[in-house]
Design a protein around this ligand. Structure first.
Ligand code: HC0
Length: 568
């Protein structure tokens, strides 16, 4: 252990710990802007400067390791002055549009300016004036608001291994953007939105589609239905200040009804349906010598990733559409017929923790109902804004139930929102379908948790089924490289684009970090345990859907509406 003194307090930490983390361990929070634990540790912004006795200059605490006997001060008058100067310099090249900025009230730069009592910016001069890039269906970049902290570059490069963003130019012309300042829509950006989650300011935000939804809700000729993704119920509370891990399923349903949606349905329903289609597809591939390992196909950022970077492995993808995109065509065919509504009058809205879902619903193949199957996707953040605009104090709403039939679901559908959930849900069903025996313990805990690559082997009848689960595209890349090298002896692989799975998706409430992801994961499994039914094949509404409409998994109608083929 290393012993040091921070602000007159004795501290003992492991060798290699930074001063920043050592201070944090005893409750001293040094301000940061560019720092992101384990992801972006570059000491660029200089906000985290500290005074180390004997050092010639102030030291950036996020990159400086502790040393034996070190004496550190974190808030001398000189340090406060230095931090104010750093803030002033950043703000001297920042558009003062706080009132109209998406991140107003949730901006790390604004918060620091307030905490340090900045009342004027003494430095006037030229300002960065690169144009806004609104070419992407999911992400909007405003380089004028960028403080060059490089968090987005780090998450895109080191976590997602996509490298859609880079640092261009030097000095005052410095710019964080796609290479050669290309527009995002023309890049291999997978639209995952992890950059928008880590951006400290409003330089990268999700496209706001709330106006489209308000317009649809106000149109008396439209029948507006909404589906909510598994993860949204363990996230939405955070948009109004509830603690991470708060489960707000019933309140969210009540809130959506208050907004004016005609029906409040659940993506968990089509998550259950996905298990029946995908589980049967897996069994068919195993039995008939089809392409293995089969890989899940429900995460649209992941789909875009494999299309760009591993097109040769596309035959490994399940042909199932994602639950969001199974829901859309079912609403505009099955539900429309059942209710006697003309599908052209239905507006299908999704609430997703994901920015890439905005892109997914606009893919040309996603119109098997004869219309665009899902019309508008809102992120959890946007729904939070709609609730605020409607003056809804969601926490005080009485809990309400989803509408039938497309709102009926099981715990297996719910756990899709956490990494490993799709696999666990599939195993619960595949085991019982193949063996005809009831599972003694339905909790496949080896699938759970936030580890980047998880592996398990589950005995299903005579077959030891070998599975892998990854989250975060950098981890997916490791598994894909194993497949390419012929070293992946798995039957089934779950890939989720975002770290931790959808509970950490790019449309999640800000902040989202590892600690918060873990709380949302815990809440997801708590919600699963609270469900009466916890296996997809036991979902009575899915059984009815097959009896009344689809006939059987992988049948003709399923192929028409629920499956697709991805091409490079
Ligand atoms: Fe997900 Fe999904 S679990 S991708 O993360 O499979 O966004 O929550 O809705 O479609 O169900 C996101 C979350 C979904 C889909 C489901 C899957």
């Amino acid at each position: 252990m290393i012993n040091l003194t921070i602000d007159n307090r004795k501290v003992a930490v492991e060798e290699g710990t930074t001063i920043l983390e050592a201070a944090k361990s005893v409750g001293i929070n040094i301000p940061t802007l560019c720092y992101l634990k384990d992801i972006n540790v570059i000491g660029a912004c200089r906000i985290c400067l500290v005074d180390v006795k004997g050092a010639r200059t102030f030291i950036p605490s996020c990159v400086a390791p502790v040393a034996e006997g070190m004496v550190v001060n974190t808030h001398t008058p000189e340090l406060i002055k230095a931090r104010k100067l750093v803030l002033e310099l950043i703000l001297s090249d920042h558009p003062m549009e706080c009132l109209t900025c998406r991140r107003n009230g949730n901006c790390e730069l604004q918060k620091l300016a307030e905490e340090y009592g900045l009342s004027e910016i003494r430095f006037e001069g030229a300002k960065t004036d690169y144009p806004i890039d609104d070419s992407s269906p999911a992400i909007i970049r405003d380089p004028r608001k960028c403080i060059l902290c490089r968090r987005c570059i780090s998450v895109c490069t080191n976590i997602q291994s996509v490298q859609a963003l880079t640092a261009e130019n030097r000095g005052f012309d410095s710019l964080v953007a796609p290479a050669f300042n290309e527009r995002l829509a023309n890049m291999e950006c997978v639209q995952c939105g992890q950059c928008s989650l880590v951006c400290p300011t409003g330089a990268i935000v999700e496209r706001d589609d709330t106006d489209k939804v308000w317009a649809a809700l106000a149109d008396p000729t439209k029948h507006v239905v909404v589906q909510t993704a598994p993860a949204t119920r363990v996230q939405i509370g955070e948009t109004i200040g509830a603690a991470p891990g708060t489960i707000a399923t019933g309140q969210m349903v009540a809130g959506l009804r208050s907004l004016g949606f005609d029906k409040v349905f659940d993506t968990d329903f089509t998550a259950d349906l996905t298990i029946l289609e995908e589980g049967n597809e897996l069994l068919q591939r195993v039995t008939n010598g089809g392409v293995l390992p089969m890989i899940t196909s429900c995460s649209p950022g992941w789909i875009k990733f494999i299309e760009h970077f591993y097109p040769d492995l596309l035959p490994h993808l399940s042909t199932c559409k994602s639950p969001q995109q199974m829901f859309g065509p079912l609403v505009k065919t099955y539900y429309a017929q059942k209710e006697g509504i003309d599908p052209k009058d239905i507006v299908c809205v999704s609430i997703m923790p994901c920015t890439a879902k905005k892109y997914e619903c606009q893919r040309p193949e996603m119109n098997s109902s004869g219309y665009q199957d899902v019309d508008v996707v809102l992120t959890t953040r946007e729904l939070g804004r709609m609730f605020k605009q409607a003056g809804l104090d969601m926490t005080n709403l009485p809990e309400e139930e989803y509408d039938a039939p497309l709102g009926i679901s099981t715990g297996a559908g719910e756990i899709f929102g956490a990494s490993g959930g799709v696999m666990e849900a599939a195993l619960r069903t595949v085991y019982e379908v193949v063996t005809g025996k009831e599972l003694e313990d339905i909790n496949f805990t080896a699938c759970r948790g936030i580890d980047g690559v998880k592996e398990a082997t589950v005995q299903v009848g005579d077959l030891p089924v070998s599975v892998a689960i990854t989250n975060g595209l950098g981890n997916a890349r490791k598994v894909l490289d194993k497949i390419r090298a012929g070293e992946a002896n798995y039957h089934f692989i779950e890939v989720m684009c975002c770290p931790g799975g959808c509970i950490g998706g790019g449309g999640s409430p800000i902040p989202t970090n590892t600690e918060i992801r873990l709380k949302r994961i815990d809440a997801t499994y708590t919600e699963d345990e609270r469900m009466v039914l916890r296996k997809s094949h036991e979902n009575p509404a899915v059984q009815e859907l097959y009896a009344e409409f689809l006939e059987k998994p992988l049948g003709h109608k399923s192929h028409e509406l629920l499956h697709t083929h991805y091409t490079p």
